[in-house]
Design a protein around this ligand. Structure first.
Ligand code: G3P
Length: 317
């Protein structure tokens, strides 16, 4: 699975690119708003044209950057998409136009019409706000190069519909959330769902299965990803790309045993070995004083399992 970074923050894009793991960038009006507010709060002038050019140049021609339209009718989206593409694709040949699958303006097919027109004009489209396999199928049929199912928001929706409290980064089990036991119902109906979709990962799985079964030539960008475990699961589900917030990207690198192992390797460097490599051994962490040794050490909290979370939500132990 390719890794895109889901941000309009230039520093985050530069940092992620410097790690050598990023294959593209996605933005949307909310991410642009967040970045504009951050820059203004820091007392900086916002030159949006310059900001977009900087993003495009930072990631270069090999790395697509999605820019979203703001119009909600097909003609408006096509005009904006063409204008954005004409103006910015010449910067680094990497612009993709993001079109909502359904804008709920006028009638339900404005997004599809816009995708078709832009595809006819050979402008690549990332179809966003996809919440069902059916929407993904129609977007691909209209000519989208990418479809973006919003995995995290599917999980939000399922929890909201059932009155389950949660925080944005909370893990939601890919296999779904069991409804309150009802002896009369069969097993399938025992899961909370959104018209048969039991989780965001399930949505990505079903789109991937459907595209594979029917040889649909369209890339799946798993979007609205909230935590590393969900990234792993959409990759296993068959997403071609995961677009990942910067904080989640950083969290993907963390493990307590990696940290502990690194501390041990560093502590074990002998001068004879260091001499082969040049320089001097990194400074050893200060030895704890006897008083500190009696303090309990700060251990990272173990992550709760899905079952723990389910029990906790239900008020169980
Ligand atoms: O790529 C879509 C993403 O930016 C939405 O994420 O976390 O607001 O659902 P989120």
């Amino acid at each position: 699975m390719q890794v895109f970074v889901d941000t309009a923050n230039l520093d985050e894009i530069r940092a992620a690119m410097s790690w050598g793991v990023v294959d593209g960038v996605t933005t949307n009006p909310s991410l642009i708003k967040k970045e504009v507010e951050r820059l203004k709060a820091a007392g900086q002038q916002v030159d949006m044209d310059c900001h977009i050019r900087n993003i495009l140049q930072t990631v270069d021609a090999e790395h697509p950057v999605s820019l979203e339209v703001t119009a909600t009718d097909a003609a408006g989206m096509v005009a904006q998409g063409k204008a954005l593409f004409q103006k910015y694709n010449q910067v680094a040949q990497n612009v993709v136009i993001k079109i909502p699958v359904n804008t709920y303006a006028g009638n339900s097919f404005e997004g599809l019409r816009a995708i078709k027109s832009l595809d006819d004009a050979e402008i690549p489209v990332n179809c966003t706000l996809v919440f069902t396999p059916e929407q993904a199928l129609l977007a691909a049929a209209a000519g989208a190069t990418y479809v973006s199912p919003f995995a995290g928001r599917v999980d939000d929706y399922i929890r909201q519909q059932s009155g389950i409290e949660f925080s944005k980064g909370d893990y939601f089990p890919a296999e779904g959330w069991e409804a309150e036991a009802d002896e009369e119902e069969d097993v399938e109906e025992d899961m909370l769902d959104d018209n048969g979709i039991v989780s965001g990962v399930d949505l990505v799985t079903k789109i991937a299965d459907l595209f594979e079964k029917h040889e649909v030539d369209c890339n799946i960008i798993a979007a609205s990803l909230r935590n590393p475990r969900q990234v792993r699961q959409v990759a296993l589900a068959g997403a071609d790309i995961g677009t990942i917030p910067f904080a989640v990207l950083k969290a993907m690198m963390q493990h307590a045993k990696t940290k502990e192992g690194m501390e041990k390797f560093t502590a074990d460097i002998v001068p004879e070995y260091q001499a082969l490599l040049g320089g001097s051994a990194p400074a050893q962490p200060a030895r704890p004083t006897p008083a500190q040794q009696t303090q309990p050490s700060a251990q990272p909290k173990p992550q709760p399992s899905a079952h723990d979370l389910i029990n906790r939500q239900r008020g169980g132990g």
